[in-house]
Design a binder for this molecule. Structure first.
Ligand code: PLP
Length: 454
């Protein structure tokens, strides 16, 4: 029996062999540099959706994720992993008419990245045996990813995390969330920009002299970052929609991992009417959907919703694949997807900083709705969608970070500082530990070798 019902994962570049979920998780990216996608998308029936209405978030998570983990060694442990990972609130806040905000900011690092990082860490913990050599998770961060990954993998046996960050681009609070852990977490301040951090990480993955080290990535090219992001869309649907009423979702997007969660939920059969994909001024995808021309934005445009400053979302290759096209690892579309079908599911708009700011003010003034810049981009996108279509049905926009992560911006726009959640307060008084490195690959490699051997 075991294995017979396993879902296989293929690479969007179609050259690497198909793998199981466990292999896809540990590989991160496929060897042909494509991204893993499930060969068949498991379905959730209407009856099953009805059966989820009354149960808790961890139980919904177990139900949805087991569609992918069936037959793997993760599956029997899944109920406990879900209870353990999702021990915080997920507020669905009514705003006006049939419009809601889903706050995904109540995890330990106060961004939605906790949802994926916490589950992925627990899955890795199951897959790596104590007898295996240590696995090193290497990540470059501009803030939220590094803290979510560091917190999630803290003290997981036999796994070591190294995070590179650009000191000038990360806020004090974001830095403290990473540097106050210690133990198996190594944090490195690189004398450079985010792009330099990312370049060193890429070089390490491609370095034949590091082949003796088990290195993997924890950014959203890993399928393990996407599957947990399906769950909260199923949760929003079963909590809010009665009688099979379809739901429209608005997702503020950067690297398109979050919207891929919504898209997979739709393809699993959840009655999602439309996914409104909202970007900041990095508008390469809205432009593509309107003109059929895809051009990366290099360098990416700097906006106040800084976690979405992405000029070429890596997960867009997965979207293209889902509609029968092929985008290679350089961002080139080698085969056009079925754009008509894509446009039935997706609607996309770009929101600039001045509209982001006025949205924060207007939402507070009109609805006592407190948003931070990322959530405001999503909310503004919803307003555009309603203007364009006259939509009156159920709509949920997601808030991806806690407003307390942006005290200066909120103070300037609304005249007060948001309350700081306990999880963010706790790091203020703890001792920080981090290393500083020049932007030099040789020194970085020496550090990796040293961490591997201790
Ligand atoms: C990472 C991040 C995003 C963008 O999510 P993607 O999955 O990369 O599209 C949006 N908001 C916040 C607060 C984030 O940290």
């Amino acid at each position: 029996m075991i294995g017979s019902d396993r879902i296989k994962f293929y690479s969007t570049n179609h050259k690497a062999s198909k793998v199981t979920l466990s292999e896809a998780l540990l590989n991160g990216q496929a060897p042909d540099r494509g991204l893993y996608m499930p060969e068949t998308i498991p379905q959730i029936t209407r009856d099953e959706l009805n059966s989820l209405r009354e149960i808790s978030y961890p139980e919904i998570a177990r139900f949805v994720l087991s569609k992918y983990t069936a037959g793997t060694e993760i599956d029997p442990l899944l109920p406990g992993l879900c209870r353990d990972a999702y021990n915080f609130d997920i507020p669905l806040e009514h705003v006006t008419d049939r419009r809601y905000i889903m706050r995904l900011d109540r995890g330990p690092t106060a961004s939605f990245k906790d949802f994926a990082a916490r589950m992925m860490a627990r899955m890795f913990g199951v897959l790596r045996k104590i007898s295996d050599p240590p696995l090193i998770i290497l990540t470059a961060t501009s803030g939220d990813t590094g803290s979510a990954i560091a917190q999630a993998f803290y003290q997981i046996p036999n796994i070591r995390v190294m995070v590179l960050f650009p000191p000038e681009e990360v806020s004090d609070r974001q830095r403290r969330q990473m540097t106050t852990l210690g133990d198996n977490i190594t944090i490195v301040a690189l004398d450079g920009q985010f792009d330099n951090c990312q370049a060193l990480v890429k070089q390490a993955f491609a370095d034949p002299e590091l082949k003796h080290i088990d290195l993997t990535s924890a950014n959203s090219i890993n399928i393990g970052r996407l599957l947990p992001q399906i769950v909260y869309y199923v949760y929003a649907y079963v909590r809010l929609a009665g009688n099979g009423e379809p739901i429209t979702l608005c997702v503020p997007s950067g690297n398109f991992g979050n919207m891929m969660g919504a898209l997979l939920a739709k393809h699993m059969g959840v009655p999602i009417k439309k996914i409104v994909v909202v970007t900041n001024a990095n508008d390469e995808v809205p432009v593509y959907l309107n003109t059929k021309q895809y051009n990366k934005i290099v360098p990416s445009r700097v906006c106040i919703s800084n976690a979405m400053n992405v000029g070429h979302p890596s997960n867009f290759a997965r979207v293209v694949d889902l509609y029968g096209g092929w985008m290679d690892e350089t961002g080139l579309i080698r085969k056009e997807p079925d754009l008509d079908r894509m446009l039935k599911d997706l609607w996309s708009v770009s929101i600039d900083d001045s509209e982001t700011r006025s949205t924060i003010q207007k939402a507070w003034r009109d609805n006592q709705l407190l948003l931070e810049p990322h959530g405001a981009v999503g909310w503004a996108g919803m307003t555009h969608y309603i203007e364009a279509t006259g939509e009156k049905g159920l709509m949920v926009s997601v808030e991806t970070a806690h407003p307390a992560k942006f005290p200066e911006e909120i103070q300037a726009l609304l005249g007060f500082e948001p309350d700081v959640p306990e999880s963010l307060k706790a790091v203020e008084s703890k001792q920080e530990h981090y290393l500083s490195l020049p932007n030099d690959y040789q020194q970085f490699r020496a550090l990796l070798n040293e961490r591997h051997s201790v």
